[in-house]
Design a protein around this ligand. Structure first.
Ligand SMILES: C[S@@+](CC[C@H](N)C(=O)[O-])C[C@H]1O[C@@H](n2cnc3c(N)ncnc32)[C@H](O)[C@@H]1O
Length: 385
C-alpha cells in the first residue's frame, strides 16, 4: 500500500555514500573531470550504479535488445554462424562477449546454436568479460542452465580466434565533456559547493582530446557541448588481440560528422531512471544510468590502424530485417498456430527491436581481420560496406 510514496522517495533521493565519496575526493583533489565523475558514479566497485542497481530490463532503468526477446539473440547467432563458416569452421570458435548485462544474449545465442546448428554449438567457446561483480553474478545465474559452457575472464584474452561481441558496451564508457567556445575547446569539470555538484569550465585535462578532433578533421559547432569517448579508442586498441576473425559491435551512435553536427547543441549525454530519460547527471546520483552516443568514424579509423577492416555497417533495423526477423514471426504462427499469445508477444518484440526511433536505430559495425571480404547476411545491400 505504501509503494507509491516509497517509489517517489526513491526517485528523488541519491546514493548518499556515493555522494560523500565524491565530495571527499573533490575536497582533496579539487574539481574532477566529468569523465572521472561518471566513472565513479557508474562503476565504483561498492557504491556505483552498476554495483548497486538492477540496470537493464523492464524492471530496471532501460531496455536493451536481449531483454526484449530471445529472437534478438537467435538472429545474432545466425550471423555468427556465417562468420564461423567464413573462417573455415575453426574449432574452437572463440566467442568473447564484453559487458554481458544479465547474460540473456549469451543464453539465446547458445540456445539457437544448440537447437539449429549443433556442430557450430560444439565449436563455440563462449567467454564473458564483465566489469560489474553484481552483473557477473546475474550472468552466472542466467547461464547455469545454458546450452553450452560459459567461462568468465578478468580481461580480454590474448589471441582471440573467432568473434568479439558487444551490445551497448561502448556507450556506457565514461566520457569527457567539452565545450567549443570562442574557438577554444574547454572541458567540463565537476565541483561540489553548498551541498550540490556544480560544473566548471577549464582547460582540457589531456592533449588526447585535441588530438582526437585533429584526427577527425572537425570540431563540434561553436557553443556546442560534446562528449569525447577516449576509452573507446583504448578499447579498440585492445581489440587488436583478435588474431583472426570479427568484431561485432552494437551501439547507439553515429558517424562523427553526424555526432558532432553544429545543430547538436547539448551533445548526446542521457540519463535513464525507470525508463524515463533525463539530461541531468547530478540528479539521483548512483540510481540512474548515464550514456553517451558512440563515434563510429573513430572506431573504424582506429580499427583500420590495427589491421581491422570494416566488413559491414548498418542499423539494427536493417541488420535484423536482413537476417529475416519478419520470417521468424511467421514461423511461430505456422509452427504453433494455437499459441496466439506468444505470436502477438513476438510481433510486439519485433516492432520494438526494429523501431527506427528506438532500438532499431542502434548501429551495427562488423570488422574483420585475417578473413577474406564477403557479403555478410546482416549487412546485405548496405551502401557502407
Ligand atoms: C549498457 S549495459 C549492456 C548490457 C548487455 N550487453 C545488454 O545488452 O543488455 C553495459 C554493460 O557493460 C558492462 N561494462 C561496462 N564497462 C565494461 C568494461 N570495461 N569491461 C567489461 N564490461 C563492462 C556493464 O557492467 C554492463 O554489463
Amino acid at each position: 500500500m505504501a509503494r507509491p510514496a516509497q517509489d517517489e522517495f526513491e526517485a528523488t533521493t541519491e546514493n548518499a555514500a556515493l555522494v560523500e565519496l565524491l565530495r571527499r575526493r573533490i575536497e582533496a583533489e579539487g574539481a574532477i573531470t566529468f569523465h572521472d565523475f561518471m566513472e565513479t558514479v557508474l562503476y565504483h566497485p561498492q557504491q556505483g550504479y552498476y554495483a548497486t542497481r538492477q540496470p537493464m530490463g523492464r524492471e530496471g532503468d532501460y531496455l536493451t535488445s536481449p531483454e526484449v526477446h530471445p529472437i534478438f539473440g537467435a538472429l545474432v547467432a545466425k550471423q555468427l554462424l556465417q562468420l564461423w563458416e567464413l573462417m573455415g569452421r575453426p574449432q574452437p570458435f572463440d566467442l568473447v562477449e564484453q559487458g554481458a548485462g544479465t547474460g540473456l544474449l549469451a543464453r539465446d545465442i547458445l540456445r539457437w546454436a544448440s537447437k539449429r546448428e549443433p556442430e557450430f554449438c560444439q565449436a563455440i567457446r563462449y567467454r564473458i568479460v564483465e566489469i560489474s561483480p553484481a552483473l557477473r553474478r546475474r550472468q552466472e545465474e542466467t547461464l547455469s542452465t545454458a546450452d553450452g559452457e560459459v567461462e568468465w575472464l578478468e580481461e580480454l584474452p590474448e589471441a582471440i580466434q573467432g568473434c568479439l561481441l558487444s551490445n551497448e558496451l561502448i556507450d556506457s564508457f565514461p566520457v569527457h565533456r567539452i565545450v567549443h567556445r570562442d574557438r577554444r575547446l574547454l572541458e567540463i569539470y565537476v565541483s561540489y559547493r553548498d551541498g550540490r555538484f556544480e560544473e566548471l569550465l577549464g582547460l582540457t585535462s589531456t592533449e588526447r582530446i585535441a588530438e582526437y578532433f585533429a584526427d577527425l578533421g572537425l570540431w563540434p559547432g561553436e557553443g556546442c557541448v560534446a562528449e569525447v569517448n577516449l576509452r573507446a579508442i583504448d578499447w579498440m586498441a585492445e581489440v587488436v588481440r583478435l588474431r583472426r576473425g570479427f568484431v561485432l559491435t552494437f551501439d547507439y551512435g553515429y558517424p562523427a560528422e553526424e555526432l558532432y553536427a553544429p545543430w547538436r547543441r547539448d551533445g548526446t549525454l542521457l540519463c535513464f531512471y525507470r525508463h524515463n530519460p533525463s539530461h541531468d547527471p547530478y540528479a539521483r546520483i548512483g540510481k540512474q544510468d548515464m550514456t553517451a552516443h558512440v563515434d563510429f568514424t573513430t572506431l573504424m579509423r582506429v580499427g583500420r590502424a590495427h589491421g581491422l577492416e570494416v566488413a559491414g555497417f548498418t542499423t539494427q533495423a536493417r541488420f535484423l530485417a536482413n537476417l529475416g526477423i519478419g520470417a521468424g514471426v511467421d514461423a511461430v504462427a505456422r509452427d504453433s498456430p494455437g499459441a496466439l499469445e506468444e505470436y502477438y508477444a513476438r510481433r510486439r518484440a519485433v516492432q520494438e527491436l526494429i523501431d527506427p526511433a528506438g532500438l532499431g536505430r542502434i548501429r551495427v559495425l562488423a570488422q574483420r581481420k585475417g578473413v577474406l571480404p564477403a557479403d555478410l547476411w546482416g549487412f546485405a545491400e548496405d551502401e557502407h560496406t
